[in-house]
Design a protein around this ligand. Structure first.
Ligand code: URA
Length: 192
């Protein structure tokens, strides 16, 4: 599993399939130990991810770590994290359709190699990749969908959205995220 992923990463390091190679500092391939239980797919690397070659290391990533820790998941040991595209779009703009299309084969390979039981679809861009007929994360977050290789997929709010919404009141985005992460933990424990 590990060697196969390293091979794909090597391809990414050489990749010039879209113009993002011109502005990237690093490829952001993944973090966490490869495992076949839990995978989170985010949107695209931001400034700090591009600098450090690791997904979700900025403020949003730190919040994500806290959310996972609340239900006993260790980011390093329990979750394989990657993004729909592996290079940072300039100024953190949304990835263009041609950039997503060019990068899709790498995400597809990660999925094929790992065949995770649970896939967390984090944010709008990832939602569009996995469930293109669903346009609103607010409407579908917290629901389970059938995913590739027999997986269960759940769309969840992106942590940068949570950072912009401070309330913890019942029904707020943070409160909803708390319900979702507890449900994710419950299903994770069932498939153990
Ligand atoms: N946001 C994402 O979607 N992915 C990252 O890696 C960082 C921020």
């Amino acid at each position: 599993m590990y060697n196969e992923l390293e091979e794909i990463k090597e391809h990414c390091l050489q990749c010039k399939k879209c113009s993002l190679y011109k502005t990237r500092t690093n490829i952001v391939f993944s973090s966490g130990i490869p495992n076949n239980k839990l995978m989170l797919v985010g949107e695209a690397p931001g400034y700090w991810e591009d600098q450090k070659a690791e997904p979700f290391v900025g403020k949003a990533g730190q919040l994500l770590d806290k959310i996972f820790e609340c239900v006993g998941f260790s980011r390093k040991n329990d979750i394989y994290i990657c993004n729909t595209i592996k290079c940072r779009p300039p100024e953190n703009r949304d990835p263009l359709p041609e950039e997503k299309a060019a990068c899709k084969e790498y995400l597809d390979k990660q999925l094929e190699i790992l065949q995770p039981k649970i896939i967390l679809i984090c944010g709008r861009v990832a939602l569009n990749t996995f469930l293109p007929d669903k346009s609103s994360i607010t409407k579908v977050r917290g629901q389970w969908f059938d995913g590739p290789y027999g997986s269960k997929m759940m769309p969840i709010f992106h942590p940068s959205y949570l950072l912009r919404n401070d309330s913890r009141e019942k029904g707020s985005p943070k409160w909803l995220m708390w319900q979702d992460i507890k449900e994710i933990r419950r299903v994770y424990d069932e498939i153990k």
